[in-house]
Write a protein that binds this ligand. Structure first.
Ligand code: NAP
Length: 292
């Protein structure tokens, strides 16, 4: 199958590399062309723009920062909508809003093209190891077509229904819960540390008893080591996700008081630490608030 891949950031570069490694014919494009170099050296073909990536391809994956990056890549004479042939499939793997997922599906339908929404759980290390979890929604037949390729990038694919936005909503729920867990860990660690207990020791007890999950283990280790740079998941993207959760909460009329705390701590962290820090650094802001 002829594949296109758009967006070679922290996640996309690692995901596209797995497709190249699996000996697929992959054309790539990234706004900053230098990020494509390692992939081209590994065998991918560099396209001149998003439309050219799609030309003659059966399936195009996109992994971009946010809704507006995706809109930029889709639109214009050299955009994805113009370049993708009728009947070809676009698989959007970015974390995007529910409304943008619906809009994308409608735009592709208008052009006679297919669309799957397939955001992922897992950080760049998981992407590099092909250990992502994919949450997909859209037409089940399209998922069947994409499945072998999603399998080359992930350890499991969940199908959550036909509505294109369903996968977006599930992904946003998940990220709300991840940041809630980091917030809880950060507060508990600040409390323990101020009381004279090492963060490492607290984490050992928590993950060795009732909190033995990858989120607590992996983020816990980052918090203990203060490993917030370089950012695997940059804080501004985390803030974007909390904004998207808020949009869905507002339109569905779901009060989420914890979300307001998380959003404020995310903002505080970016204001204090800069744009290039990992979102888990909210724990640092929490510690500073405690006078640590
Ligand atoms: P990233 O490293 O910041 O990469 C963002 C990508 O989007 C880059 O390729 C960037 O191009 C491109 N981009 C941004 N604005 C653009 C525009 N206006 N036009 C064209 N391209 C544009 O982000 P990431 O960490 O890979 O995340 C990508 C997506 O995956 C996001 O939706 C994020 O929420 C989601 N996600 C991330 C993680 C994680 O742990 N990092 C985990 C799960 C899901 P340039 O290189 O030119 O800037």
């Amino acid at each position: 199958m002829q594949i296109g891949f758009i967006g070679l950031g922290n996640m996309g570069a690692a995901m596209a590399a797995n497709l190249v490694r699996a000996h697929h014919d992959v054309a790539v494009w990234n706004r900053s062309a230098d990020k494509a170099r390692p992939l081209v050296e590994a065998g991918a073909v560099l396209a001149a723009n998003a439309g050219a990536v799609a030309a003659g391809r059966d399936i195009v994956f996109s992994m971009l920062a946010d809704d507006s990056a995706l809109q930029d890549v889709l639109s214009g004479d050299d955009g994805l909508l113009a370049g993708l042939r009728a009947g070809a499939l676009h698989v959007s793997m970015s974390t995007i809003s529910v409304s943008t997922a619906e809009q994308l599906a409608a735009d592709h339908r208008t052009h006679g093209q297919r669309f799957l929404c397939a955001p992922v759980f897992g950080r760049p290390e998981a992407a590099a190891a092909a250990k992502l979890f994919v949450v997909a929604s859209g037409d089940a037949k399209d998922l069947q077509v994409a499945s072998p390729l999603l399998g080359a990038m992930s350890q499991r694919v969940f199908y959550v229904g036909e509505a294109p936005s369903a996968a977006s909503l599930v992904k946003l729920c998940g990220n709300f819960m991840i940041l809630s867990a980091i917030e809880a860990l950060g507060e508990a660690m600040a409390l323990a540390e101020k009381g004279g207990i090492a963060k490492k020791q607290l984490l050992e007890v928590l993950t060795g008893t009732l909190f033995d999950s990858p989120i607590y283990r992996n983020y816990g280790a980052m918090l203990v080591e203060g490993r917030f740079r370089p950012a695997g998941f940059a804080a501004p993207l985390g803030l974007k996700d909390m904004r998207l959760v808020g949009q869905s909460a507002e339109s569905l009329r779901v009060p989420m008081p914890l979300l307001s705390v998380l959003r404020d701590h995310m903002l505080q962290t970016i204001a204090q630490e800069g744009e290039d820090i990992d979102w888990s650094a909210i724990a640092r802001s929490i510690a500073k608030n405690a006078g640590l």
